[in-house]
Write a protein of this length. Structure first.
Length: 252
């Protein structure tokens, strides 16, 4: 965990991507990514749910075990799904189950409102990554995926959240869809690295959902993502080629 703080001090960017299965985790690991997150975004881009609020603990543990088998050198972080960290005791129990499944660190959504849970997890010796800004597990209450940091009150509360999670022992903090200047302000205000998603270039690192990066979920791509590949198109092309070859009497 100390490595990430040092990377921040050296101005060396931290890279993070999601993986929910063995081959993806192994490919990312072999590519030299710093952090692999078994995100609860699995619910949307793999399991076909509308948002992450339907994801269960058993589903997350299943995907964590699969990803863990593919990781040798990156840090494997697992997302604690909604309703599995209502109290500090429940948070530690859940975090321990992720560690038993192969995760090296856990993440949950929230700042000041989750300080007791975060402190309990870090006091139990489990490395913790925080997540503030837009919180997908509260998308229904918030009425959509809205950018954070638009008002002074929001900026102040993001800064308090960031300082609180650092004090509670987090080794890094994800900033999701935060106005770029505000993300920069937060990055300068704390000693732990900020990992941005849709929060501009001035964070200490960047994280993306791999399906968005490689074009594997073509029905929706967030505005802030520039895909590096079109994997969905390749799957369609290969499937069509197979169908044609089979119907044409091809044997293989
Ligand atoms: O679930 C997830 O993939 C995440 C990232 C978007 C940060 O939490």
């Amino acid at each position: 965990m100390e490595d990430f703080r040092q990377m921040k001090q050296r101005g060396e960017k931290i890279t993070a991507l999601t993986a929910y299965d063995y081959p993806t985790a192994r490919l990312l690991d072999e590519s030299g990514i710093n952090i692999i997150l078994v995100g609860d975004s699995v619910g949307m881009v793999v399991l076909g749910y509308q948002d992450t609020t339907a994801v269960t603990l058993d589903e997350m543990l299943h995907h964590t075990r699969a990803a863990a088998r593919g990781v040798k050198r990156a840090l494997l972080v697992a997302d604690m799904p909604i309703r599995t960290y209502e109290t500090p005791v429940q948070a530690v129990e859940t975090a321990r189950r992720f560690v038993a499944a192969g995760a090296q660190a856990v993440k949950l959504e929230g700042g000041v409102n989750r300080a007791a849970q975060i402190e309990a997890i870090t006091q139990a010796g489990i490395p913790f990554m925080a997540h503030i800004g837009m919180l997908p597990q509260t998308v229904r209450e918030q009425g959509g995926y809205r950018i954070k940091g638009r008002t002074q009150a929001e900026i102040d509360s993001l800064l308090v959240d960031a300082r609180t999670v650092e004090k509670a022992g987090a080794f890094s903090v994800v900033l999701e869809i935060v106005i770029a200047d505000v993300a920069k302000q937060i990055t300068n205000a704390i000693g732990i690295p900020t990992i941005g998603i849709g929060s501009g270039e001035n964070c200490d690192g960047q994280i993306l959902v791999t399906h968005d990066l490689i074009g594997l979920f073509p029905w929706f791509t967030p505005k802030f993502v520039s895909p590096e590949a079109r994997v969905a198109e390749e799957i369609r092309r290969a499937a069509r080629a197979f169908i044609e070859r089979t119907r044409g009497g091809g044997g293989r």
